[in-house]
Design a protein around this ligand. Structure first.
Ligand SMILES: Cc1cc2nc3c(=O)[nH]c(=O)nc-3n(C[C@H](O)[C@H](O)[C@H](O)COP(=O)(O)OP(=O)(O)OC[C@H]3O[C@@H](n4cnc5c(N)ncnc54)[C@H](O)[C@@H]3O)c2cc1C
Length: 803
């Protein structure tokens, strides 16, 4: 072991070994992995080893598909058998909604390139898994690329393949502490100190402590999980093919063959955390005593699904721990505020996600950014609030206990809720507000007109749609009030503020007293932000954007920071309301201490609204005349009261974000995480119209100029009108030409209540992107006719917002 490396990877589980392998493969050879015991001494050794593509999050499904394809390759490279049994896999649906969901996912998989799936009847499924009873099964999805691997063999294979490519790893070397230096880290181990530029926390069950070694509180916790392995089952032993990996979602079990018996893993509603502060250092390869009381009901369902199990003994029980983040996805990437400290932990399914996690992290470290959109596993998707122990316990527990429970897009889950609320929250609740959550904050979804209104969970159009229609009407025809605490706000000041902003934004900076939509790019010319820049005219600028991206954007701003610039996240200080609709100007005038008639579209200024000192911008996400009125947290209640009173005779209507999202799609206004993601470019998304090509330089200029001068993107953004139906598109639904070729996918969808049409925005091949082209789209698995329409089906000339 040397005393200096470029990278030290802490932890020799499947994730650390995959990171090591990918770093070496991508050209960084001066890398070492340290393992306190033997390889795979954490949760990796006792995993069930199952691998499958199905994941409700399309980005995670793609990552899993990458990992599965990689496994035979690392076996070849290393010469170490990974024990891969590619049995194929079944996912069973036991309720009509689940069957709808599976059919929907089958189509969504197609749009992300997973084409080895098939929908089966219960009888067809039984033929592929004859030991299963299909009682209550309504249908199933088959996937070719599913099966199981040998866990320790796989870790060994990653590590050996890494070594063959020039990396090193050492067992029996425990990292005791970390010291940050001006140019990297000192890694203190039992066997001496190592100086390095980068440290990777791949410490699995010990990730919490290895985080704390660097002063980082990662939102991660281990939870306990059971599986059993049976003795030989005659039907399995005599079968001339292996039983497929079978996931019975309504039964809370997964099953695969294990020699001539089967392994059955059990998820249940009774979640149990273990060692929330990290596993004890002396924890080795022990297991916990099985706790049958926790899984009794699910076990009974498992026995019913696989009746043959009842006739044989149980050979082994495994009750082991593995780690979860609040949303169950990994925590990967550069940890904000800790240069050179990288996270590769909370990987709940290391064998099916570890390959993708290793690849993503290695690209990030070497190239500066991952090739594909890594948002869903980015460690910066959480903020400081997620350090809270109760938040971690509630959310990770909720994820575990709902692992196989169906989730609906209009469902609000209770864990970690009511953490942060805007001051007018209680008054808005009394007015009927139904709340969603963005990051740590409760955000208004819509206002129910009567107390006992109950929104039914559905994959289709919700019964709240009528309410949202009324709110949209108020926005378009009268006067609406929207709590905009759920926008992010950053204040930029200092002698070099202008120069810095000019560098990080591709857009021309707004003049004093003006606001402008501002595109931010990465060095490779991909999107980094669809933000709004406001120039208050006193040397202070604001950057406004999506609230849930606060830590993610702040990490980027800090990475690009220069002397003479200061940036502050105002998210905990400033909130506000948007006053929207054709009557907004006249009503604002009643309470403003200055004339607002000369405020043009995209003007911004400081204004006293009644007794509230405000920062007001005439802006519009809805495409209607509107003012975003920002105030201090302490003024939120007063501002709401002032505006409600002023607009009372105009029937002012409080609205939520659902109405905002419906109206914005009628304007073809894209939003982050839907139309805009970090693996898309300005030309794909039409964001290039906001780029100031005359600026001498900005981050991403060379790359986006090259794109501009190239042959054009493979897909471009369009708006679709979808034929009548009972569901709207939500995202990632595949789009087909009339000839039957897949030509793109939906980025977002909603019902447009003003134009009275189901609308979607989509990325499709340019040749089929012209207005009037007929296409086909699968929504909740059902084929629907659609056509490309001109952008902005409502008020295409933008007169309403500019009026
Ligand atoms: C019962 C059960 C069934 C499962 N089934 C599956 C499955 O079917 N499919 C699947 O994909 N996943 C499954 N998993 C999850 C899987 O085990 C984990 O996702 C995976 O093991 C995580 O790997 P890791 O490398 O992140 O962590 P770990 O395996 O915990 O590895 C971390 C390593 O870091 C080392 N380390 C920690 N701190 C230090 C330090 N300070 N210095 C040096 N070394 C250190 C540890 O000794 C350990 O070897 C299952 C888990 C359980 C418990």
């Amino acid at each position: 072991m040397k005393s200096q490396y470029r990278v030290v990877v802490i932890g020799g589980g499947v994730v650390g070994a995959s990171v090591l392998y990918h770093l070496a493969k991508m050209g960084w050879k001066d890398v070492v992995m340290l393992e306190r015991r033997r390889l795979a001494s954490g949760s990796s050794w006792h995993a069930a080893g199952g691998v499958h593509t199905l994941n409700a999050d399309p980005n995670m499904a793609a990552l899993q598909a990458y990992t599965i394809d990689l496994l035979p390759k690392i076996e070849n490279e290393s010469g170490q058998n990974v024990g891969f049994h590619m049995t194929g896999g079944l996912t069973l649906a036991g309720t009509p909604e689940r069957w709808e969901w599976l059919q929907s996912n089958y189509r969504i998989f197609q749009s992300i390139g997973i084409n080895d799936c098939e929908l089966l009847t219960p009888e067809e499924a039984k033929k592929r898994c004859p030991i299963m009873s299909v009682d209550g099964v309504l249908g199933a999805m088959w996937a070719d690329r599913e099966g199981y691997i040998d866990t320790t063999g796989t870790v060994q294979a990653y590590a050996t393949a890494a070594k063959k490519r020039g990396a090193e790893y050492y067992e029996e070397v425990k990292v005791d502490s970390l010291n940050q230096t001006s140019d990297g880290w000192i890694v203190k181990t039992e066997k001496g100190d190592i100086k390095c530029e980068h440290v990777v926390n791949a410490a699995g069950l010990w990730a919490k402590q290895v985080g704390r070694m660097a002063g980082v509180e990662l939102p991660v916790s281990p939870l306990k999980h059971h599986y059993l392995i049976t003795d030989s089952i005659p039907e399995v032993a005599s079968s001339d093919f292996e039983m497929p990996m079978t996931v019975d979602l309504e039964g809370f079990t997964y099953m695969r063959q294990d020699q001539n018996g089967v392994l059955v893993g059990i998820y249940g509603s009774d979640d149990e955390h273990w060692a929330m502060d990290g596993a004890p250092w002396d924890y080795g390869e022990e297991l916990f005593q099985e706790q049958l009381h926790r899984i009794e009901n699910e076990l009974m369902l498992g026995f019913k699904r696989y009746p043959a199990i009842e006739n044989v003994g149980i050979k082994t029980w495994v009750n082991g721990a593995f780690t979860f983040s609040p949303d169950g996805n990994p925590l990967v990437g550069p940890v904000p505020g800790k240069k050179g400290y990288w996270s590769a932990c909370a990987v709940m399914a290391g064998f099916l996600q570890g390959g993708g996690v290793g690849k993503t992290l290695a690209e990030w470290m070497i190239e500066g950014e991952p090739e594909t959109d890594a948002w869903s596993m980015d460690v910066a998707r959480y903020g400081k609030y997620a350090e809270n122990k109760r938040y971690i316990r509630e959310t990770t527990g909720q994820f575990y206990s709902r692992r196989f429970v169906m989730s609906y897009p209009n469902e609000q889950l209770p864990a970690g809720r009511q953490m942060k609320m805007a001051p007018a929250h209680d008054a808005m609740t009394q007015a009927g507000c139904r709340w969603g959550v963005s990051w740590d904050l409760e955000v208004p979804l819509y206002f129910a007109p009567y107390d006992d209104f109950e929104e039914k969970l559905t994959l289709k159009r919700s019964n709240a749609n009528k309410i949202i229609a009324e709110e949209c009407k108020a926005i378009r025809e009268g006067l609406a009030l929207l709590d905009i605490t759920g926008f992010s706000r950053f204040e930029v000041k200092g002698q070099n503020a202008k120069v810095w902003l000019d560098q990080i934004f591709a857009t021309k900076l707004p003049k004093p007293g003006r606001a402008r939509l501002a595109v931010m790019l990465s060095f490779s010319g991909k999107l980094k932000g669809d933000l709004t820049l406001l120039n208050w005219g006193n040397g202070t600028y604001w950057i406004m954007g999506s609230y849930y991206l606060r830590a993610w954007h702040m990490r980027w701003f800090n990475e690009q920071m220069q002397d003479g610039v200061s940036i502050r996240d105002l998210g905990d200080e400033i909130c506000g309301f948007a006053l929207i609709g054709p009557n907004s100007r006249s009503v604002l005038q009643r309470v403003a201490e200055e004339d607002v008639s000369d405020m043009r579209f995209m003007d911004c200024k400081k204004l006293d609204i009644g007794l509230v000192r405000s920062s007001v911008a005439r802006m519009s996400v809805t495409g209607e005349m509107g003012y975003e009125i920002n105030c201090k947290m302490g003024d939120h209640i007063a501002l709401r009261r002032i505006l409600l009173e002023a607009g009372a005779d105009q029937d002012i209507c409080e609205v939520g974000f659902k109405a905002m999202l419906s109206t914005r799609i009628e304007k073809s206004f894209g939003i982050w995480s839907a139309e805009f993601t970090q693996d898309r470019t300005p030309a794909m998304t039409a964001m290039d119209r906001w780029i100031d090509w005359n600026k001498p330089d900005f981050i991403g200029k060379a790359a986006s100029l090259a794109e501009q001068n190239g042959s054009g993107p493979e897909k471009i953004q369009v708006t679709l009108e979808i034929a009548d139906g009972d569901a709207d598109a939500s995202g990632y639904e595949p789009i087909w030409s009339e000839a039957g070729d897949m030509i793109g996918f939906v980025t977002s969808g909603a019902y447009g209540h003003t134009v009275k049409k189901s609308l979607a925005m989509a990325l499709i091949e340019p040749a089929l992107a012209s207005k009037g082209t007929n296409v086909i789209v699968h929504i909740v698995g059902v084929e629907r006719r659609a056509k490309v329409i001109a952008p902005s089906p409502y008020d295409p000339d933008g007169m309403a917002m500019r009026n």
